[in-house]
Design a protein around this ligand. Structure first.
Ligand code: DQA
Length: 148
């Protein structure tokens, strides 16, 4: 099983970016511990980060036939991107939305997710651990269909 982790704008700055909200781990640190969990689950994972909305759309589109599942932190595009939402709906790949902070506990504009309705579900507010939960959630979901 292959899972793609997509990361949106400013997540390349994790570690130094607003550590009170996003913690002190870098995206590379997160990738490393997610890969340890992936080994235990016997799953392959790939990480990708971009600050550009269209590149996230391209990556989702290109995932068809290449990945069994997607875990996405669309970052600020969560709240605005019809294009990413439509791409997730178009490819029909099981996708879990994740956030480091609890977007429902922050500013009003962050409480709405444009992308979550296209996903299986949303994991939000568990810090970097949201990434690991995202991996467990998407693999479990895919496996439950494989058994049917
Ligand atoms: C975020 C929450 C978003 O509102 C914000 O724009 C981010 C990070 C999170 O992981 O908590 O960049 O997606």
């Amino acid at each position: 099983m292959k899972i793609l982790f997509l990361n949106g704008p400013n997540l390349n700055l994790l570690g130094s970016r607003e550590p009170d909200k996003y913690g002190t781990l870098t995206l590379k640190d997160i990738e490393n511990f997610v890969k340890l969990e992936a080994d235990k689950l016997n799953v392959e994972v790939e990480f990708y980060q971009t600050n550009i909305e269209g590149e996230l759309v391209n990556k989702v589109q290109e995932s068809k036939g290449k990945y069994d599942g997607i875990v996405i932190n669309p970052a600020a595009y969560t709240h605005t991107s019809v294009a990413i939402r439509d791409a997730i709906l178009a490819v029909e790949i099981p996708t879990v939305e994740i956030h480091i902070s609890n977007i429902h506990k922050r500013e009003e504009f962050r409480t709405n997710s444009m992308t979550a309705p296209a996903c299986i579900g949303q994991i939000t507010g568990f810090g970097a651990f949201s990434y690991k939960l995202g991996l467990i959630a998407v693999t479990d979901y895919i496996k439950s269909f494989e058994q049917d």
